[in-house]
Structures are given as structure tokens and as C-alpha cells.
Ligand binder design. Sequence first.
Ligand code: HEM
Length: 219
Amino acid sequence: MPHRAGRHIRAGAYLAYVGGRSTGAARRPMTRGRPARMLTAMRPKTRKLWLVLHVLSSSAWIGIDVLVAVLVAVRLLAGSPARRGLAYQALGTFVWWPMLTSALICLVTGLVLGWGTKWGLIRYWWVLVKLVLNVILCTLILLALRPTMPAAIAYGVTVAAGEPATIDANGLFMPPIVSLTALSLATVLSVYKPWGRIRRARTGLAAPRSRRRDALPRG
Ligand code: HEM
């Protein structure tokens, strides 16, 4: 029956993937010269879809950070008070929530990829460090950036009206610097995947030799 046969072919393809015989085997850890059997639940197509969402959200996040940096820099670069005021009003009104949204999508898609693939969430240092960075940045957006937005709008309104600013807007230089540095680091970690596996906490011993050899599927 074609329906059953189709299911068998799909199941076979999945087992081949899980068993490391698919074309993606080159990136899979090796055990004694053979690709290690992975307990991954995700099919290749599903993984790619989540990966696309993950890369898109992290790119959007970086883009929004660049926009914040430009809006903040307008204060130094633009001559006219009207432009400076407009930039700070836009910054205070439109930036924090798209930034938080992309950061949360990046976090959720990262968690799904970690759970659903060989990388795990606390199996490799590069994933764990990215997780910590992502959570810290989300917290900073909510607790440090968002509360300063009304002051940014007030600064913009005052400057646009040609009045002397009574608020110190210098602190707004920090968020894009911190965030862009952390996101650049996260991107480098994603591509180079350094530092290998995390030691197993229960025994306090390093992973066995066969596991240590497969520590870094580079490339
Ligand atoms: C902090 C912001 C983050 C950025 C900028 C970022 C960026 C990226 C990029 C560019 C890739 C693609 C790498 C490649 O295919 O070679 C990737 C993959 C990945 N990321 Fe993230 N990521 C971030 C956060 C996270 C978080 C929080 C997690 C997990 C909790 C995570 C887990 C993963 C995993 C497991 C992959 C590999 C997926 C696969 O190849 O199957 N990422 N990340």
C-alpha cells in the first residue's frame, strides 16, 4: 500500500539521520571512528525550520541594536535640535518591545534547538554560554532599558522644542554597546562552537575518552 510504503521510507530516512548515515553525518560526533548514535528527536527538516527562525530572530535583534546605536549617535552627529529630538522620541517609543520580542524568539528557538538536537542545553559550553547571555540580555532589556524609555522621550520632546535638556542622556550609549558586544560573541560561539563538552556534574569526572574525542564537531 503506497501510504504504508511512504511511512516506511520516511521512518527509514529518520533512522538513517539519527544513526548518522545521512549527509549530515560529517558534523556529527564520532565514536571509535563511527558516527555516534544520537538521541535527537528532531527531523532534519524540522531542525532547519527552527534554525532559520533562530538565525532570523538573532539577526533582527542585532539589527535593532544597530538602530539603537544610530539613534543614540544622532545626538552627537545631527546639527538640528528637531532631528535630535525626533531620534530620541523614536528611540523611546519604538525600540524596546521589538528588541525584547526578537530576544525572546531567539531564546525560545535556541531552547528548542538545544533540546531537539545533539547539542543539548547543558552539554556543550558554547550553548550554555549563549543561553546565559540571552537570559541576561532579556533581563537587562526589561529591567534596565525599558524604564529609561520615558526619560528618552522626555529628552526628545525638550530638545525638539529648543529648550535646554534637563535630563542626562549619556547612559543611553551603554545598552547598544553591551548588547552588540554580547551578540557578536554569541554569533562567534555559534559558528566556531569552541570549548567542547561540559564535564558531567554527577561524578565530577571528565567525560570518557571516547566521548572526549567527539567533543568538537567543527565546521
Ligand atoms: C544570544 C543570542 C544568540 C545568537 C546571536 C545565536 C546565533 C546562532 C547562529 C548564527 C546559529 C547558526 C550557527 C550554524 O548553523 O553554524 C545558531 C545555532 C544554534 N544556537 Fe544560537 N544564538 C543565540 C542564542 C541561543 C540560545 C539561547 C541557545 C540555547 C539555549 C542557542 C542554541 C543554538 C543551537 C543548539 C544551535 C545549533 C543548531 C543546529 O545546528 O542544529 N542559541 N545560533
